[in-house]
Design a protein around this ligand. Structure first.
Ligand SMILES: [Mn+2]
Length: 449
C-alpha cells in the first residue's frame, strides 16, 4: 500500500471491538449506515481542513471524505462493509493520498471494501432482509436522497421476494451511549490531549505582556498544539483581554492587551480525535490587583464546590447547583447581590453575572455526545464519563452594582474531569490555576520544549 501518511489513532483491534459492541446492541435483522463528513468550502476553491464525523471516526479510524460504513446483523451472520474512493494517482497528486479499495478491508479490519461510487448499486442487495435500518435521516440531503432511492428500489422489488427495511432508527441510540463512557485507551488519549492544552496555557502565561495582541497569545497556544502533534484546536481559540473576556464566544482575538487588564483564554486541542477544553484567566502584567484577586478566588471557590459533588451517581445538575450556590455566596460577600443566598438562588440574582451552564460532556467532540437528561431525569455520572467544570463571573461596564474597578472583567476557570469508580481525576491539572501558581508562571520565560 502506498501512503505511509495514512494512519488511524488506535490499533485496528480497537475499532473491531467497538463495532462488535455496537452490533451487540442492535436487534436481529438490522443494519447501520454511516456516511463520511463532506468537504466544506471556505471560499473560492479552498476548503476548510477536513474533519471526519466523530461516529465514523470512532468506528473505523477512517479519515477520508467520500467514504461510508455499513454494519449488518442478519439472521446468521454479522458483516462490516466500508465504501471508499478508488485509488487515482492524478487526483491524489492534487488532493492527497487515498487508502484505496484494495487496502481498505485489511487496513480497517472489515469484511469487505467496495468503491464508494458503487454504494447505491450495492446497498439493495446488502440490505435485503433488513428490518431495522439505522440511518441519520435529515443530516445531509444528498445522503438522504441516496437512501430514499435505495429504499424505493427495494420496495419496488418486494413482489420478487426482496425484504426491505420497515423501521428507520436513529443511529445515535446505539453509538452514543457507548461513546459517552470512555475506555481506558480513550482516557489515555484524552489525558494526553489535556496535557498538551495545559502546557499551551502555561506558555501563554509566560508569554503575556502589556502591548501584546490577543492573536499573539493564540499563535503561541496553537504552536504548542502543533508542536505536540495535535491536528488542530478542538474549537476556535478564545483569547479575550479586558472587556472582551465578558463575551462568551469572543473569537476575533485582535485587540491589544493592556497593563492592568486580565486576559481570558479558552482553548483546547484535538489530539488523535480527542478534545481538551481549558480556560484560564490571568493578569496581562503578571500580577492580580486585590479586587481582581477577590473575583478570581470567587470563581475558584465555585469550581472547588462543583468538584466536591463529583462521584458516581451524582449528576451534572448537582455540579452546576454547587457552583451557583458558591457564586451567590461570593456575590453577596462582594456586595454585588443583596439578600440571602437562598433568595439569590431562587430569584436567579446571579444570572446577570453567570449566565451559562457549568459543564458539558467532553470526548471526540468538544461538546460531546450523550444525553444530559433522560425523561427529564438528569443523567447519573458513571466511571469513564468525561466533562468540563467551568464556572465564571462576567461584569459589564453597565452593571452599577459591581465595584467600578471590576467592571469590564470576565473570569472563567475550566478543567476537564474524568469520573472514576471512586472519586474523579482532573485531566488538566498541569495548567497553573491558583493565584500563586499563575503569578509564578507569568514571571517565567516561555519554555517551548
Ligand atoms: Mn468548555
Amino acid at each position: 500500500m502506498g501512503g505511509k501518511a495514512i494512519k488511524s489513532p488506535f490499533d485496528v483491534t480497537i475499532y473491531k471491538e467497538r463495532r462488535a459492541a455496537i452490533l451487540q446492541e442492535m436487534p436481529k435483522n438490522s443494519a447501520l449506515l454511516l456516511f463520511a463528513a463532506s468537504e466544506k468550502t471556505r471560499n473560492s476553491h479552498t476548503h476548510f481542513r477536513y474533519r471526519q464525523t466523530s461516529d465514523l471516526l470512532y468506528l473505523t479510524g477512517l479519515q477520508e471524505p467520500g467514504s461510508a460504513l455499513l454494519l449488518c446483523k442478519h439472521a446468521i451472520k454479522k458483516s462490516s462493509h466500508v465504501f471508499v474512493r478508488e485509488k487515482n494517482p492524478a487526483m491524489e497528486q492534487w488532493d492527497g493520498r487515498r487508502l484505496g479499495v484494495k487496502s481498505a478491508a485489511r487496513f480497517l479490519g472489515v469484511t469487505e471494501s467496495i468503491p464508494i461510487k458503487a454504494l447505491e448499486k450495492s446497498l439493495p442487495q446488502l440490505l435485503d432482509g433488513t428490518e431495522f435500518l439505522y440511518f441519520d435521516f435529515g443530516k445531509n440531503h444528498g445522503n438522504d436522497r441516496i437512501v430514499s432511492r435505495v429504499l424505493s428500489s427495494m420496495r419496488s422489488r418486494e413482489k420478487r421476494g426482496v425484504v426491505s427495511p420497515t423501521h428507520i432508527v436513529d443511529p445515535r441510540t446505539v453509538i452514543h451511549a457507548q461513546r459517552q463512557i470512555k475506555s481506558s485507551a480513550e482516557i489515555r488519549k484524552m489525558s494526553e490531549s489535556a496535557k498538551v492544552a495545559a502546557k499551551a496555557h502555561a506558555i501563554a502565561m509566560s508569554m503575556v505582556e502589556p502591548g501584546m495582541f490577543e492573536y499573539e497569545l493564540q499563535a503561541g497556544i496553537e504552536f504548542v498544539f502543533a508542536q505536540s502533534g495535535a491536528a488542530a484546536p478542538a474549537y476556535t481559540s478564545i483569547v479575550g483581554g479586558g472587556a472582551n473576556a465578558t463575551i462568551l464566544h469572543y473569537i476575533e482575538n485582535n485587540c491589544k492587551l493592556k497593563n492592568g487588564e486580565l486576559v481570558l483564554i479558552d482553548a483546547g486541542c484535538e489530539l488523535d480525535g480527542y478534545a481538551s477544553d481549558i480556560t484560564r484567566t490571568f493578569p496581562v502584567n503578571g500580577k492580580f490587583t486585590p479586587p481582581q484577586k477577590d473575583m478570581y478566588q470567587a470563581v475558584l471557590a465555585a469550581q472547588q464546590a462543583s468538584f466536591n459533588q463529583i462521584k458516581v451517581g451524582a449528576t451534572l445538575e448537582d455540579v452546576h447547583q454547587a457552583a451557583i450556590r458558591s457564586l451567590c455566596e461570593s456575590l453577596i460577600e462582594m456586595g454585588i447581590v443583596k439578600g440571602s443566598v437562598d433568595e439569590a438562588i431562587e430569584k436567579k440574582k446571579y444570572s446577570p453575572y453567570y449566565m451559562h451552564g457549568t459543564s458539558h460532556w467532553l470526548g471526540m467532540d468538544v461538546h460531546d455526545v450523550g444525553p444530559y437528561r433522560v425523561n427529564k431525569t438528569p443523567t447519573k455520572l458513571e466511571a469513564g464519563m468525561v466533562f468540563t467544570v467551568e464556572p465564571g463571573l462576567y461584569f459589564q461596564a453597565s452593571q452599577k452594582d459591581v465595584p467600578r474597578e471590576l467592571r469590564d472583567h470576565g473570569i472563567r476557570i475550566e478543567d476537564d474531569i474524568v469520573v472514576q469508580k471512586r472519586g474523579y481525576k482532573i485531566l488538566t491539572e498541569d495548567a497553573p490555576k491558583t493565584v500563586k501558581e499563575i503569578e509564578a508562571q507569568c514571571r517565567k520565560r516561555p519554555k517551548w520544549n
